[in-house]
Write a protein that binds this ligand. Structure first.
Ligand code: SAH
Length: 380
């Protein structure tokens, strides 16, 4: 298994930090009905000579009754259903594996229509994200199959980048999780597999489907996009009218340390990243989050904590400290709990709000990409 892993690592595609274009589906050439916004769907039905009332009925089937077959839309005429089937797909991913239990963090491995795998993680209320204690159920969603960014702590990049998820594949993760949990997901974090800002067009569409009244109707401030720091896309997202939240995977307070962990830092250095974050804070009301994984002997020096404190203050950010979750095939370790606390105390001394998350899910490979990695390696 290790041999296979190191082979894969040697054969990583060359990194290209330009935003990738959404690719066409590999199996189906038809768009998925659930990737259409309410406006697109209404326009599409109007072009077929159908009233806006039909569009309302269709939206109801897709987002309220949540059927997964056009044939089940019983109040639409048989003729319209045939036309829709001709033009659109309504496939949904299938849950092929679950880890965790009813009342703890649960992780789902999903199989997509082309046989690829992604993961999402359901996190119960008690964990609480970014001080937002009122949230009851958080879902961590994936935005790509694999990842091209090659962050050195992350399991998702180990098999390289395969493709972008379509908007419906991103949103379906919520529908499936709600079906399993029999409860409403009310907080979404884009911290699963992939770099959401490298899939911006589909991400924005998914945000629209999640937040619109005719879609999932989740408040924009309950969506957190996490990025490794794709500076031009951060600026674009800052100009988006919705008050979505942003989290930055920082993991190093100086270029020297961060570049060892995240190759993206060679493309956009910390200064440039923080310029973009200042622009973000000028446009949005919600506090930014800086994520900082603590890795023993790599980025956990207390001097890093002091510089991190200064940087967090410069953009009024909240810091989320996460002890490193070990990944099979990667050598790094988490520091001792005492050392993690000492790191957090430096931030507190500088009046920087910070949490030290004693992660749920360490025992279920909850760090992004770990479950898929197992599946891909065992099915090779
Ligand atoms: N590409 C995006 C989203 C994926 S990583 C980004 O870079 O932000 C999102 C977060 O998952 C990381 O910031 C980190 O908080 C967490 N994570 C990933 N791998 C981890 C690991 N091995 N240990 C602990 N946290 C991890």
């Amino acid at each position: 298994m290790c041999k296979k892993l190191s082979f894969k690592l040697e054969n990583q595609p060359s990194l290209d930090f330009k935003p990738q274009k959404p690719d066409s589906p590999i199996v189906s050439t038809k768009p998925n009905l659930r990737s259409l916004t309410a406006t697109e769907l209404t326009d599409s039905l109007a072009a077929l000579g159908q009233s806006s009332y039909r569009a309302t009925q269709l939206l109801d089937w897709l987002w309220k009754k949540r059927v997964n077959s056009i044939d089940d839309m019983s109040n639409l005429s048989a003729e319209l259903r045939e036309i829709l089937k001709d033009k659109y797909e309504l496939t949904v991913p299938t849950v092929v594996r679950t880890q965790g239990s009813q009342d703890t963090t649960r992780k789902f491995l999903l199989k997509l229509h082309d046989g690829r795998f992604v993961e999402c993680v359901l996190i119960p209320a008690s964990v609480g994200f970014y001080g937002n204690k009122s949230d009851r159920l958080t879902l961590c969603v994936s935005s790509q199959v694999g990842c091209a960014f090659d962050c050195k702590f992350c399991a998702s990049g180990l098999l390289g980048f395969t493709r972008n998820l379509s908007a419906d594949e991103i949103v379906s993760q919520i529908l499936l999780a709600e079906e399993i949990a029999k409860d409403k997901v009310n907080n979404i974090v884009f911290m699963g597999m992939g770099e959401p800002l490298a899939n911006l067009p589909n991400l924005l569409k998914a945000v629209e489907l999640m937040t619109s009244h005719q879609g999932l109707n989740i408040g924009a401030r309950h969506l957190t996009i996490s990025t490794s720091g794709v500076v031009p896309q951060i600026k674009k997202l800052a100009d988006h009218p919705k008050q979505i939240r942003l989290a930055i995977s920082l993991h190093g307070a100086t270029d020297e340390v961060r570049s060892q962990i995240m190759p993206v830092n060679d493309r956009w250095k910390i200064e440039e990243l923080f310029q973009a974050l200042k622009y973000w804070t000028s446009k949005k009301k919600q506090r930014l989050t800086l994520e900082y994984i603590l890795i023993k002997g790599v980025n956990d020096d207390l001097e890093q904590a002091r510089i991190l404190a200064k940087r967090a203050k410069s953009v009024g950010a909240f810091v989320n400290l996460i002890p490193y979750n070990t990944v099979e095939g990667l050598q790094w370790e988490r520091p001792s709990e005492d050392h993690c606390r000492a790191f957090r105390n430096v931030l507190s001394k500088h009046d920087v709000p910070a949490t030290l998350r004693l992660e749920k899910g360490h025992d279920i490979d909850a760090a992004c990409g770990q479950l898929r990695l197992r599946e891909e390696l065992s099915t090779e």
